[in-house]
Every structure is written in structure tokens, then in C-alpha cells.
Write a protein that binds this ligand. Structure first.
Ligand SMILES: Cc1cc2nc3c(=O)[nH]c(=O)nc-3n(C[C@H](O)[C@H](O)[C@H](O)COP(=O)(O)O)c2cc1C
Length: 206
């Protein structure tokens, strides 16, 4: 069975562009995977607490136990159980929401999601692909290859071993006309993504 892990991080439960586009992506995904499973992780509704020193100690010492380490284990299990990861992310004060950062701080974990030795860092989440829906109120410079949200999330995913990533950015959303244009563009982009032969070729089934 193919599994999608959907992560939402907008504070808005209604009229959130990242959630609406995430819904669209999810609908398209379901048509491709009629018997697929979807795991939802909403870091607004189920906030992840900030990383503590005690938890970092626990990352390196398996004899330590705490509620936060149990949550970290659970979040990591969700990642390992998924074939695809969808991250729906608004820009808050020039970066990803602090709730999403707190989530990443619990899942970027040595021996569980990445390993390192003298040759460097090696991700342990293999054969997975990801999609990032990023939403910004202000227009971003057209010259940049990736916006700041995509850059940060990509670095983290790459460290965990996720290399194949689809990008669905929407900027200038403060202007309703621009917003409807960007929504239309990204719906088309998502359609193309799912119609593309490479999508099928890289989707694993268990
Ligand atoms: C607290 C807060 C901070 C924001 N900071 C930025 C920002 O730095 N840059 C930007 O382009 N938009 C910023 N915005 C606008 C949001 O990115 C925009 O409203 C986006 O649509 C939010 O995502 P959503 O529609 O999924 O809720 C901010 C919005 C809020 C609520």
C-alpha cells in the first residue's frame, strides 16, 4: 500500500491557501492511489513542543526516556511509514512557521533519520519523494531559484535522504487577483505533476 504523509502548518483553519492547495494535491493523489493510506500531521492542531536539552541528550543516549522522546519516535515512525511526504507551508516573518521548525527539530535525529561518520552525513529516509506547497503574502524576487521556505525545507529533507522533491510555490497572495492566478497556476502544475510518467515510475508500492 502506498502511503502519503500530509503535514499542515498554517494557523488558519479556513481560507488558508496552503491547506486548500494541500486538499487539491490530496484529492489528486487519491485518484492515483485508490487504496492508498493518508497520515495527517497538523502542527497547528497538534503542536510539537520546542526541543529541550533533555531531549537532545536522549537522542544520543538510548537509556533516557521522556514524553518528548516518545513523540519524536512517533513522528519518525510516520516518516518511515510513508512513501510520499506533502508539506503545506506558509511564510511567517520571512521563514517557516515556528511550529513546523519545532516538528523538524524532533525528526532530524541521529541513527533514526540520518547517520554520520568520517565520510559525512547520510540520510536514512530512502526511496521517498516529497512535495512542498509554499505560500507567501508578498511577491518574491523572480530571480531566485527557490524561495526561503523551499530552501530550508529542502536542506532538511536532503539531510534525511529525500532528494526527489516537487515544488508548488504561491507568492503575492495578499492581492486577491494575484492569489486566484497563483492558485490556478499551481492547480495546473499539480495536474501536470500527477500526469507525468516519471511520477508513476518513482512511486513505490508496499
Ligand atoms: C504572522 C504572520 C507573518 C507573516 N509574515 C510574512 C512574511 O514575512 N512574508 C510574506 O510574504 N508573507 C507573510 N505573511 C503572509 C502569509 O504568508 C500569507 O497570509 C499566507 O497566505 C499564509 O498562508 P495560508 O494562506 O496557508 O494561511 C505573514 C502572515 C502572518 C499571519
Amino acid at each position: 500500500m502506498t502511503t502519503l504523509l500530509r503535514i499542515d502548518s498554517s494557523l488558519r483553519m479556513n481560507d488558508s491557501y496552503s491547506r486548500l492547495m494541500g486538499d487539491y494535491f490530496e484529492e489528486r493523489w487519491k485518484t492515483k492511489h485508490a487504496d492508498g493510506k493518508i497520515i495527517t500531521r497538523d502542527v497547528t492542531l497538534q503542536p510539537t513542543p520546542h526541543l529541550t536539552q533533555e531531549t537532545v541528550n536522549g537522542f544520543f543516549d538510548e537509556t533516557l526516556h521522556s514524553e518528548q522522546l516518545e513523540l519524536s519516535d512517533l513522528l519518525i515512525e510516520e516518516l518511515h511509514a510513508s512513501d510520499e511526504i506533502l508539506i503545506n507551508c506558509p511564510m511567517y516573518n520571512y521563514g517557516i512557521p515556528s511550529s513546523l521548525k519545532a516538528y523538524f527539530d524532533l525528526v532530524v535525529r541521529t541513527k533514526k533519520t540520518f547517520a554520520y561518520d568520517a565520510t559525512g552525513i547520510r540520510g536514512l529516509l530512502l526511496d521517498k519523494k516529497a512535495s512542498i506547497i509554499s505560500v507567501m503574502g508578498i511577491l518574491q524576487p523572480a530571480t531566485q531559484e527557490k524561495n526561503p521556505l523551499e530552501t530550508q525545507i529542502t536542506r532538511i529533507l536532503n539531510q534525511l535522504g529525500v532528494i526527489e522533491i516537487g515544488y508548488f510555490p504561491m507568492d503575492g497572495m495578499i492581492d486577491p487577483e494575484e492569489a486566484s492566478l497563483k492558485m490556478e497556476q499551481q492547480r495546473n502544475h499539480i495536474n501536470q505533476y500527477f500526469n507525468h510518467q516519471e511520477y508513476a515510475a518513482h512511486t513505490t508500492s508496499h
